[in-house]
Design a protein around this ligand. Sequence first.
Ligand code: COA
Length: 188
Amino acid sequence: MYEIALDETARLRPLEPWRAEEFLAHIERGREFIGQFIPFGSTATDVDSARAALQRYADMRAADTGALHGIWVDDTLVGGVLTLNVDAERGNAEVGCWLEPSATGRGLVTRAMLPMIDWLFDGRGMHRVEWIAASGNVPSLNVARRLGFTREGVRREAAPWRGVRHDLEFWSLLAREWPSARAALLAR
Ligand SMILES: CC(C)(COP(=O)(O)OP(=O)(O)OC[C@H]1O[C@@H](n2cnc3c(N)ncnc32)[C@H](O)[C@@H]1OP(=O)(O)O)[C@@H](O)C(=O)NCCC(=O)NCCS
């Protein structure tokens, strides 16, 4: 129904359950890398479980608590951005992202976050957007910093994952901070 051009070859589109086969193929290409700090996509091991994983986000979208958008490069799904824990009444939301290794290092997620954060603040009237990542997930924290998020603090050893309890960093961006953060990003 709709897509947003991120550059000459990259497109941002809704990532819906009917795309289960390409989602599974993408997760297979990126499973180890994507799963270093987060469980995203880990339950997708065949087409049915991939469809179920996408359906969970479709259900969130229907409930107005989240949404999933994929990033395609030359029509190959390579990653995406998502909203979750959207609380429209209180004006709070969380964003997240992932890429398969071949798509990193070219600003795709940073660029994809722009229309999504625009939508959260301007379209949905959110007051605050959160970014939560393990302290060791430096590329993720770099994206948050690049987007103008402010580091709030650390929940020490709060995230057990693959046998290790990771420190979790909480970063946030407020609606009133977004216009200047956005302008600074675009001016780079
Ligand atoms: C987090 C993750 C998506 C970040 O990927 P990324 O490629 O570093 O992020 P972006 O797409 O925004 O690209 C930024 C990189 O491209 C470079 N870049 C090139 N052109 C750019 C542009 N026009 N705009 C912004 N950055 C650009 C940046 O310098 C940066 O590289 P650097 O960190 O080496 O300096 C990726 O590491 C990942 O998928 N990790 C596994 C899943 C995960 O942990 N997700 C986050 C959970 S909290």
